[in-house]
Design a protein around this ligand. Structure first.
Ligand SMILES: [Zn+2]
Length: 235
């Protein structure tokens, strides 16, 4: 009986140490990356400034991808990486004050490209924006070349584009963002936990947050992303 109990406890301990879990704060962006052991700075040579943080394994995969891209004459540059709940709140509240219309209309307008605080994949340290967040850049010869390279190669390093054009399997959510890339092996786990643990009442603390439930932001935005075929075991 005692032996069985110890075995049982041993297995439980082993399961706990090997299974990756994230705190509710990590899912909602209440994180200070400078003090969090899992975060690392993106090298300045591959970023628009020296204070872009991502999770360490994401930085490692990105550096590998950017180095290989460079060999083919493609310069990849991170222009936005981890963003905290607090930072997203500033972005949201500023836009909310600037846009016109009812609260619902303002929120819907912001949600074309920006997330409600607490619902952004940028909170996770798995996602980043490359080169430019202006859609017009990706219509320039340079932007087209970069995007084609990413479409053909990013998956080999674990990255996918979560916000593509709307289609029948992604009828709602953010508009197409050719600049936004996500590290599937980690982001998939965080999304799974988010789906299980975060409720609309957890998305609070900013102007218009009461609309989270009415707009069904978890279903219509957080979960409404493009599928991918990346298998972490094959990376
Ligand atoms: Zn983004």
């Amino acid at each position: 009986m005692i032996v069985n109990l110890i075995t049982l406890l041993g297995i439980t301990a082993l399961t706990l140490t090997t299974k990756r879990t994230f705190t509710q704060d990590e899912l909602l962006g209440v994180v200070e990356p400078t003090e969090h052991q899992d975060f690392t700075l993106v090298p300045e040579s591959l970023a628009s400034h020296s204070t872009h943080y991502l999770r360490t394994e994401v930085v490692e995969a990105f550096v590998k991808m950017a180095q290989d891209a460079k060999k083919e004459g493609i310069h990849l540059e991170v222009v936005s990486a981890f963003r905290s709940f607090h930072r997203q709140k500033t972005i949201w509240n500023t836009k909310f004050a600037r846009f016109k219309g009812s609260d619902l209309q303002r929120a819907q307008k912001i949600l074309e490209y920006s997330s409600m605080p607490g619902t952004s994949r940028h909170h996770w340290g798995t996602d980043f924006d490359l080169n430019s967040v202006n859609p017009a850049f990706f219509d320039t010869p340079q932007g087209i070349q970069i995007y084609i390279w990413l479409e053909n190669n990013a998956h080999k390093y674990g990255f996918f584009q979560p916000y593509k054009e709307f289609h029948k399997h992604r009828p709602t959510g953010y508009r197409e963002e050719k600049w936004h890339w996500s590290y599937a092996p980690l982001a998939d786990k965080m999304l799974k936990e988010y789906k299980l643990r975060v409720k609309h009442e957890d998305i609070t603390g900013f102007v218009g947050s009461y609309l989270a439930e009415e707009l069904n932001v978890i279903e219509n935005y957080v979960l409404c992303i493009e599928n991918h075929n990346i298998n972490p075991k094959e990376l």
